[in-house]
Design a protein around this ligand. Sequence first.
Ligand SMILES: [Zn+2]
Length: 93
Amino acid sequence: MSKPAYEDLPKCTECERPMRPRKYKSKEYPKTMAMGNYGMCNPCTKTKREAENGRGNDPQTLRNKQNLEVFLNRISADRRRMEQRRKVHMVIR
Ligand SMILES: [Zn+2]
């Protein structure tokens, strides 16, 4: 089987760069993108996916998530401390 001509390669619907078939390495098709999904190249697919389900990637949400983690850690630390105190009480009694 012969390699598809460079001009015949499908183009990414997002950035319009040519995409090489999956079985070929970038060496065999210089200046082409790895194929992604939905007619897009790999980087564009990734970008799109992150934009769709990555609401967690904007700084504010990320900060909220970190705050939440700190908060949850503090709660579980408190709970551990309470349980320890309770154990101590039980021992005393
Ligand atoms: Zn692209």
